[in-house]
Design a protein around this ligand. Structure first.
Ligand SMILES: C[S@@+](CC[C@H](N)C(=O)[O-])C[C@H]1O[C@@H](n2cnc3c(N)ncnc32)[C@H](O)[C@@H]1O
Length: 199
């Protein structure tokens, strides 16, 4: 029996605007590691539009199979089976990647996991490799909209380790592990697409 396709309306809404940005960044052939793939809708949309890329989905153990429905239906040759990857784990199932993508993960992960994600990628990426991070972010402690402020409050009430991350903190973290911010794009629904480059 084919695995169920899980559905996220947010992914349906944001996948094309994200693609329009990342296609200018993921221009060279290579393997892109996606962290926290969720339903797999992003993986299929991006791999189908970027045939020069090998898309490598991943998610935490227990969640890594959630993307299988969309991936197996797509039958795309340039999507690899999902890896079990918890960014906080000391051993990642990949030694090197040509680039990375992650959507809506930084506010779900604990801050220590966000640190582990940046550090783990920095260790596995060569100089010049890109990391595209999509989601809501705040600036100088200020939210960019009332809806983001409410969302942040909702997250923190749900679990104290979650919350919208601030750019000042991300910039400090990136500098510590060896990434620089190349661009910060405004996206629909008060989200941003951050493009980091490994130094
Ligand atoms: C809000 S969902 C986003 C899913 C998908 N990227 C999207 O945009 O719809 C957050 C994702 O982050 C993953 N995640 C949370 N903590 C993680 C960790 N420590 N390592 C890897 N993935 C993690 C979750 O399993 C989940 O798939």
């Amino acid at each position: 029996m084919a695995p169920d396709k899980l559905f996220s309306q947010a992914c349906e809404n944001n996948k094309q605007p994200i693609l329009e940005r990342i296609r200018d960044t993921f221009t060279s052939p290579g393997t892109i590691l996606e962290i926290g793939s969720g339903t797999g809708q992003h993986a299929v949309h991006f791999a189908s539009a970027l045939p020069h890329i090998i898309w490598q989905p991943s998610d935490r153990p227990g969640a890594s199979g959630h993307c299988l429905g969309w991936i197996s239906e797509s039958a795309l040759a340039n999507i690899r089976p999902p890896l079990e990857l918890d960014v906080a784990s000391a051993s990642w199932p990949v030694d090197s990647v040509d680039g990375a993508f992650s959507a809506n993960t930084a506010h779900i992960m604990a801050w220590e996991e966000v640190q582990a994600m940046f550090a783990g990628l920095a260790k596995r990426m060569s100089s010049g490799a890109p990391f595209c991070l999509y989601g809501p972010f705040s600036y100088g402690g200020k939210h960019t909209s009332d809806s983001n402020r409410q969302f942040d409050r909702h997250l923190r009430l749900q679990a104290s380790h979650m919350g919208i991350r601030d750019m000042d903190e991300l910039l400090k973290l990136a500098e510590q592990v060896g990434f620089r911010l190349e661009s910060d794009h405004e996206m629909p629904a008060n989200n941003r697409l951050l493009v980091w480059r490994k130094l």
